[in-house]
Design a protein around this ligand. Structure first.
Ligand code: NAG
Ligand code: NAG
Length: 381
């Protein structure tokens, strides 16, 4: 291979593509794992109808919680467990967050290091990448794990993985206990856990560390939905749906504790939770096949940069959590101590015109459901 100035990335065996995340995300150059072809890497620009990655809801969450990180005097920490080839790690770093990115697939972490080499030095300087497998506790996990599979977004990186596995059978990655990476005096702004495996079990350990005051985390985004039966759409009363009481190794009680003991507000965040199909104008094109509304969820629209959230009502008793409808397969949850909602306001003439004042209909009725039980947060009806 010969070196051509400016094509260093190609010579090193990496193809790259320019990524422009949704506003106010900042563009960056992303390297794909060795063996990826240019047109495959370009799928991550998000224009391919056949490729749903990068997940729109995660992009919206990053923009909603990290948009201020570049402002003077701000310091943000983004921790990504299962950071794959680093798309969201780069997105967060470009927004100004300090990033810690944990990924067990070496072909992926090598690509992230290449993305960092191409990034502005002040951006690269605030990203730490570790090729480790995060495990719930050090006592019960071996010091390393063998892998022969990794989820490859839009098949990116699959070739390198298959070639390696055909030749060597597996690769070995050291493990790192969850506590090692969340226990700290300095707070984590946003923790994202998406490893398609035991997210619930990891969350369970995080909750214990939050309760004991060893960890400080403002917002958690975690893929929890575990009930495959519900993907096909089963009624909440159906036995299979009711059985979905383990959440990827965690429990429904964990979610309840976050809300009721640790004062987080819980939202379901997947933008298609009720099967909405948003068109470019922002309207829902699915008119006839919406999922039935669950009484424990309150739909919310246009919260920060997130098109749709569903508030998990604080008043919902734990016994009613045990339904596949609430924690359906693949769905993500957002737990935050941020007050996300703003009081609705309208011009008094408009409000009077539609008769809202006359009927004393409050614009902010029911908002207390979504307000954290903290003295410093106040909502007047
Ligand atoms: C991983 O594979 C190696 C062989 O390459 C084996 O010696 C080791 O016991 C395996 N580790 C685990 C945790 O299974
Ligand atoms: C949760 O809120 C309650 C009521 O304001 C407060 O007494 C309690 O200390 C809070 N707990 C935590 C962990 O913040």
């Amino acid at each position: 291979m010969f070196f051509v100035h400016g094509l260093g990335a190609m010579c090193a065996g990496f193809v790259t593509t320019m990524i422009t995340p949704p506003w106010p995300g900042v563009p960056f150059e992303l390297a794909c794992p060795r063996g990826t072809q240019q047109h495959e890497c370009a799928r991550l620009q998000g224009h391919m109808p056949t490729c749903h990655e990068p997940e729109k809801d995660t992009q919206e969450v990053l923009n909603s919680f990290l948009a201020h990180c570049n402002w003077p005097g701000q310091s943000c920490a983004y921790v990504d467990i299962g950071c794959n080839i680093g798309y969201f790690a780069m997105h967060a770093a470009m927004l100004g967050a300090s990033v810690r990115c944990y990924e067990p697939t070496p072909f992926f972490t090598m690509a992230i290091r290449e993305s960092l080499r191409l990034a502005p030095s002040e951006v690269a300087g605030r990203v730490v990448v570790e090729n480790v497998a995060v495990v719930p506790s050090a006592e019960r996990a071996p010091p390393s794990l063998n892998f022969s599979y990794a989820y490859s977004a839009c098949h990116i990186g699959r070739r390198a993985i298959r070639q390696h596995v055909a030749r060597y059978g597996h690769w070995t990655t050291p493990t790192l206990a969850m506590s090692k990476l969340v226990v700290s005096k300095s707070p984590i702004t946003l923790l994202k856990v998406d490893i398609d495996h035991n997210e619930g079990e990891l969350l369970h350990h995080v909750i214990d560390l939050l309760a004991s005051g060893e960890a400080h985390i403002d917002t958690i985004l975690v893929e929890l939905g575990d009930n495959r039966a519900s993907r096909a759409g089963c009624a909440p009363s159906h036995a299979t749906c009711k059985q979905a009481s383990t959440l990827r190794g965690g429990s429904l009680r964990d979610v309840w504790r976050l809300q009721h003991e640790l004062n987080y507000t819980a939202y379901r965040v997947n933008i298609h939770t009720a099967r909405e199909i948003f068109g470019w104008r922002g309207d829902n094109l699915n008119l006839n096949h919406m999922a039935p509304a669950h009484p424990g969820l309150k739909p919310l629209f246009g919260v920060r940069m997130m098109r749709k959230l569903e508030l998990l009502k604080r008043s919902l008793p734990l016994e009613q959590y045990a339904t596949g409808e609430l924690f359906a397969w693949g769905q993500s949850f957002l737990f935050t101590r941020q007050q996300l909602l703003e009081r609705a306001r309208h011009h008094s003439i408009d409000v009077a015109f539609v008769g809202l004042i006359a009927s004393r209909e409050p614009l902010n009725a029911g908002m207390e459901e979504a307000v954290l039980p903290r003295a410093d947060v106040e909502v007047q009806a």
